[in-house]
Design a protein around this ligand. Sequence first.
Ligand code: HEC
Length: 242
Amino acid sequence: MEAKYMPLFISLLVCGLTSCDDGDIREEKEFYIDAGYVVKMDGSLKNIDQWNSKYQIVVAAFSAQDSYPLLAKSIPTTEFIHDFKFEGINPDCESIELCVLNSINKRVATLATLYDKAEDPTLDLNDTIYFNPDNLDAGMFACIQKNIFTKRCAYCHGLGETPAAGLYLTEGNSYKNLVEVDSRKIDTLKRVEPYNAQRSMLYKVLTEYGEDCGWHYNHTNFFYGNTMSNLVKEWINSGAPK
Ligand code: HEC
């Protein structure tokens, strides 16, 4: 007699289970899985207060090649982190990161990789991953340096013999080469004018390029979509904090 209700019951169960895999922020759900990896974090993060409410700093688990986490938990936006614990992390994930998500839960930048399956495939279910950052710079500029300038820009802007446009974007040099410094290309603009992305050459090169603009190099193809240029815009419009 009960048999005819079974398919419905099973499909409800499957729906319920898969919905937690759709990139939702886990914290917002009353959903608890008591098996899986555990992350414990104690330590200090500097400049974390630079982020505005459009961004969230989270510990998140990712499957391969995906910018949206399987699940994530926000960390407190205070300098000192005590007894942060994140349990029940899906053991099918490929990596666990301390990272920044934007308002649609897309990863904007990685601050630290806590676990990478490719490097340690032997982790057991219910194993604990400890992360103890010591004054790790979690600010907006540190993210831009690490995730944009060092990866995509420095090889033309500073790593070779002469930096393109006389602009160094290498670690330790970029801030003083950008903020309140006159642009070489358009001399009425600064490279970065704090609180004004529209009048900052750094934001313009990443978002504007036309046949008649007279620029020798098209910078707008560096990133797919506007996640990264928005990060630069938000940083400048927050006053370009160091
Ligand atoms: C393949 C080499 C190359 C790469 C990579 C590159 N640039 Fe450039 N960049 C140039 C050249 C060449 C110019 C000068 C363009 C011109 O004179 O029209 C320039 C100019 C600029 C300027 C204008 C500077 C000024 O004073 O007016 C900024 C800002 C800039 N780049 C930022 C970046 C950023 C940010 C990245 C990484 C996302 C980047 N560049 C990656 C070659 C590069």
